[in-house]
Design a protein around this ligand. Structure first.
Ligand code: PHE
Ligand code: NA
Length: 501
């Protein structure tokens, strides 16, 4: 079935889909604060170094594996070397877990887009989020109540995602990204322009760009830079292996990775400008220093931004709408890409065609997501799963894969030859050095760093039993399931042999 594999319609279509996957919540609510907190303008240096020594090399590795073996992760790793198949299922498991909770945040964004028209959240935006909207339980425990106001938009999110996936690579994924990514760029640009006209915007931008050059010699700043790069490019969980498997034989892999890496970076910078112009305004209103109002994540998007919108003098509803619709679009295109990894992997494994795979596999993911997360426990589950799957899923999988491919199987040379044969930019010596030496050292250090923090104190102050169940259990469970699935024998098909060269 390699002959009739689905394909992108155009190179631009593939690029937009790759950019759509990379540009997500991380650009909007993670990058601005990470940069501000780690040297401001000076953070650009570690960020660019991390991008060039780890981010783009890893992107190229995923493109090369997907393109060379023309398959989603399990089948691609199996063709690379038979015993490597569990690595692919590990990535599939990670995608499964992320998708069930990532969709939840998109659903909140949809509700908040609606709320922003009338500022329905009132003055106490924090209490509104946790009590009135999410009905968060006092502590982790059994699910106590179901929240229709979250469930309804969540169902909507899943319908959109499954319809896009059911329409296929070209008519679904590519088409959606061709509309959504330019739309996102336009909406976000309008938002940033409106933000720049707010009182205090200049002070916000000064705080954001003000370079603290001493940060360059601080190890934790470099860890933050590499951490942001791994997160923002979503390398390590097979999305780009999957998307690259739909490329034509003659496709510019290295050039595409450069374009995607820098496009994502530009969007981070743009978001940093928009977010800090807005925070500068907020600092003026509250009469507090920027360092007091600067924050990230849920607190930024669903507490601070509503607060800010309440105070915006002209067209606050428009500002809110632009912000939350951007968040929703950025999240949706990322969500589509993660779920496609699972669908594509099951299809490559079973030979199932697209529609039944979307209905059965995608339907199962949607049901888990809709059953578990719009509840009074949803926020706790999301928080724990997100932390552990990021640290001991994505980062660990990335480390293991790089070590196995570079050192265990010694396949960088052949993958480099494959890439060079089709790309506009030659890889030269930096690629194997970046992947074989720099990336494993940095990821290894980060792993050790976060493990020691884990055992020093309970993440988020949660009870230990909860972290075992919702954190470690999920991260380790994914690995166990991956190994078990790999043990099921495959019916022999053409192209399943080890590819030895
Ligand atoms: N890389 C995305 C971001 O920066 C996040 C993402 C998560 C993308 C999961 C795909 C899958 O926000
Ligand atoms: Na990103």
């Amino acid at each position: 079935s390699q002959q009739n594999r689905e394909q992108w319609g155009t190179r631009a279509g593939f690029l937009l889909a790759a950019i759509g996957s990379a540009v997500g919540l991380g650009n909007i609510w993670r990058f601005p604060y990470v940069a501000y907190d780690n040297g401001g303008g000076a953070f650009l240096v570690p960020y660019l170094v991390a991008l060039l020594t780890a981010g783009i090399p890893l992107l190229i590795l995923e493109y090369a594996i997907g393109h060379r073996f023309r398959a989603s992760p399990p089948a691609a790793f199996r063709r690379l070397a038979r015993p490597a198949e569990p690595l692919g299922w590990w990535q599939v498991g990670i995608c499964f877990v992320i998708s069930v909770y990532y969709a939840l945040i998109v659903a909140w964004g949809i509700r908040y887009a609606g709320f922003s028209v009338t500022q329905a959240w009132g003055e106490q935006t924090e209490a509104f989020l946790y009590e009135d909207f999410l009905h968060v339980a006092d502590a982790p425990g059994a699910i106590g109540s179901y929240i229709p106001g979250v469930a309804l938009p969540l169902i909507g999110v899943w319908i959109v995602v499954l319809v896009v996936l059911a329409l296929g690579v070209r008519r679904g994924i590519e088409w959606a990204n061709r509309i959504f990514i330019p739309l996102l760029a336009v909406l976000f640009l309008i938002l940033v322009v409106q933000a720049l006209f707010l009182d205090g915007a200049a002070a916000g931008l000064n705080a954001f760009f003000q370079p603290d050059w001493s940060s360059i010699t601080d190890g934790s700043v470099w860890v933050a830079a590499y951490g942001q790069i791994f997160f923002t490019l979503s390398v390590g969980f097979g999305i780009m292996i999957t998307y690259a498997s739909y490329l034509r034989r003659k496709s510019d892999l290295a050039g595409s990775a450069l374009v995607a890496g820098f496009a994502n970076g530009s969007f981070e910078l743009l978001a940093g400008i928009g977010v800090f112009a807005t925070l500068g305004f907020m600092a003026g209103v509250e009469n507090e220093p920027i360092s007091q109002v600067a924050t990230d994540g849920l607190g930024l998007a669903f507490v601070a931004f509503p607060q800010i919108i309440n105070n915006i003098p002209f067209a606050p509803g428009l500002f809110g709408l632009l912000f939350f619709v951007s968040l929703v679009i950025a999240g949706l295109t990322s969500l589509v890409s993660i779920v496609e990894v699972v669908i594509s992997s099951v299809r490559d494994r079973t030979g199932m065609s697209r529609l039944p795979a979307v209905l059965i596999v995608g339907g199962l993911i949607a049901v888990v997501s809709i059953a578990v997360f719009p509840t009074d426990q949803g926020l706790y589950l999301l928080d724990a799963a997100d932390h552990f799957i990021n640290q001991y899923g994505i980062a660990l999988a990335g480390l293991v894969i790089v070590v196995v491919v570079a050192w265990g199987l010694r396949r960088l040379r052949s993958l480099r030859e494959h890439t060079d044969a089709v790309s506009s930019v030659p890889l030269r010596g930096w690629w194997p050095v970046a992947l074989g030496v720099i990336t494993p050292i940095v990821l290894g250090f980060m792993m050790w760093d976060s493990l020691s923090a884990e055992f020093a104190e309970n993440y988020g102050g949660y009870p230990t039993w909860f972290l075992y169940a919702a954190g470690w259990g999920v991260a380790v469970g994914v690995i166990v399931v991956a190994v078990l699935i790999s043990l099921i024998p495959w019916k022999r098909r053409a192209g399943d042999e080890d590819d030895s060269n």
